[in-house]
Ligand binder design. Structure first.
Ligand SMILES: Cc1cc2nc3c(=O)[nH]c(=O)nc-3n(C[C@H](O)[C@H](O)[C@H](O)COP(=O)(O)O)c2cc1C
Length: 184
């Protein structure tokens, strides 16, 4: 079973969460965790499950201007923010624009500030909408992992991400077994 985890990350938190989700999924034979710039159509086409996550910017998925604002904030003198190695490329929104319709299983996650979702918004809702628009079938509810206002992961979020990855792996195994069971 091939599983692809695709992430967008400005400051590295979503990258860390994506890696932890990948660890949780790890019992599956082939799990690949890649930044959005390296998530080729071919990789997506070959995957049995595609997990997609990005940071919440201005209540939803990032845009070019919000990623530019993130880069500018990190460049300010005295800023403690560090850019993720792949922060300067395109985001998930543009990635989805170039993705053809594809029928495979999927799941969405985001990172957002640790406050009520009504106030922060959730990029995972937009990601989920895009997944469905492209014909992908979600096997789990979209989920958020939390960062502090200073942009550090809240304690316990990596463990929660590993746990979510494990849950996705078990769901895939159950679905595969169900399909086999239903075969004539
Ligand atoms: C331009 C910009 C806008 C943001 N807007 C929101 C927001 O509306 N809601 C929220 O919860 N977090 C917001 N954040 C915080 C990000 O969600 C946070 O930086 C991100 O989850 C960290 O992930 P990363 O380290 O992978 O970039 C914003 C951050 C930036 C840079």
């Amino acid at each position: 079973m091939k599983i692809l985890v695709v992430y967008e990350s400005s400051y590295g938190n979503t990258h860390l969460i994506a890696s932890a989700v990948g660890e949780g999924l790890g019992e599956a034979p082939e799990v690949e965790v890649v930044p959005v710039a390296k998530a080729t159509r071919e990789l997506v086409r070959q995957a049995d499950l595609v997990v997609v996550g990005g940071p919440t910017h201005v209540h939803g998925m990032s845009r070019e201007q919000t990623r530019r604002a993130a880069i500018d904030a990190a460049a300010k003198p005295g800023s403690s923010l560090r850019l993720d190695p792949d922060a300067e490329g395109a985001g998930l929104r543009e990635w989805f624009d170039g993705l053809p319709p594809i029928t495979t299983k999927a799941a969405a996650f985001d990172t957002r500030v640790d406050a009520a979702a009504l106030i922060t918004g959730r990029a995972s809702k937009g990601i989920s909408r895009q997944l469905r628009r492209h014909g992908l079938h979600e096997i789990a509810e979209p989920v958020s992992f939390l960062v502090t206002k200073e942009n550090h992961l809240v304690d316990g979020q990596l463990a929660a991400a590993r746990q979510w990855g494990k849950m996705l792996a078990s769901t895939m195994i159950e679905l595969t077994a169900g399909t086999r069971g239903a075969a004539p």
